[in-house]
Design a protein around this ligand. Structure first.
Ligand code: PRP
Ligand code: ZN
Length: 287
């Protein structure tokens, strides 16, 4: 049991690679991810990391070549594999969109009638076209979809758009959103108990790292007459820490606050006479 390892598949190169690697690093997992590496063993956690094409990951997880994997939800929706979605990861947000050459003169979805659309997502695109009553021909290709109109292979494409730079550099214009997507952690069905224990440990760390990303640590000094209101503003995890300052009539308050609330709360705190407000990042947050 001691040398039991969990095998995780990450995207080798592409939109999800860097964030997937960073997530594992935030979980305290140490490993080498040198350029061109296909496999790496973590030094301080029972995890073996495979670097693969993202499109192949659901199949590898279904076939138990890998136990878990990080991929975009778009690939799952396309492939209908027998794998479980364990957690959404809050990065890799992108959309599957239809794009046309700038010269197309596109006005509405009806302009796609009778046209040829190249994609690696024939199922999702097919369902979308049926829902919209469009009769177009789908041409399935496995990669480099963005060059299809330029070489006369198709009139339009349906592909993932993240920053939009791939479309831009190929002279394409996004015209319809088919699906919104983000990175998810998937696992194979019927994971054995020993590996489930490792996955649970990893999930615990992922959740702590994600919670930390969404929250900030806040410290401030406040006059005692406004203490009650400030405590209400900063409920924290259980309640804020309040300590008297050496200066009479003043207290120091420490708490945790949602990142999205920081600026509005700081404005109110200043109105209540707060001074020396510090807002700090949190590495891990365990509730
Ligand atoms: C997707 C897509 C585009 C790129 C779009 O590739 O196929 O190439 O991302 O991103 P951008 O809008 O930021 O330019 P993916 O990462 O899935 O790699 P793959 O196509 O090689 O599988
Ligand atoms: Zn891909």
């Amino acid at each position: 049991m001691n040398n039991c390892q969990l095998k995780i598949a990450l995207q080798k190169s592409g939109r999800l690679s860097e964030s997937s690697i960073n997530l594992l690093k935030k979980c305290g997992v140490k490993f080498d991810n040198g350029f061109g590496k296909l496999k790496s063993a973590a030094r301080n956690f029972p995890l073996e990391i495979f670097f693969l094409r993202d499109d192949d990951i659901p199949q590898y997880v279904e076939d138990a070549v890998a136990d878990v994997g990080i991929i975009g939800r778009n690939i799952l929706d396309e492939e209908n594999r027998r794998v479980e979605t364990v957690e959404t990861l809050g990065f890799g947000n992108c959309r599957l969109s239809i794009a046309v050459p700038k010269s197309f003169g596109y006005e509405s979805i009806k302009d796609l009638d009778g046209r040829k659309i190249a994609t690696s997502y024939p199922k999702i695109l097919g369902d979308f076209l049926v829902r919209n009553g469009v009769d177009a021909e789908i041409h399935t290709i496995s990669g480099s979809v963005e060059i299809a109109p330029g070489i006369g292979l198709a009139d339009a494409i349906c592909d993932l758009v993240s920053s939009g730079s791939t479309l831009f550099s190929n002279g394409l214009r996004e015209v319809e959103t088919v699906l919104e997507s983000e990175a998810v952690l998937i696992a194979r069905e019927n994971l054995d108990p020993a590996r489930q224990v490792i996955l649970n440990k990893l999930l615990f760390r992922i959740k702590a790292a994600r919670a930390a990303e969404c929250n900030k640590y806040i410290l401030l000094n406040a006059p005692d007459e406004h203490l009650a209101e400030i405590i209400r503003l900063l409920p924290g995890i259980k309640s804020p820490t309040v300590m008297p300052l050496a200066t009479k009539g003043w207290s120091s308050i420490h708490s945790v606050i949602a990142e999205t609330d920081v600026w509005e709360t700081v404005e109110i705190l200043k109105d209540k006479g707060a001074e020396g407000i510090l807002v700090l990042s949190i590495d891990q947050m365990i509730g």
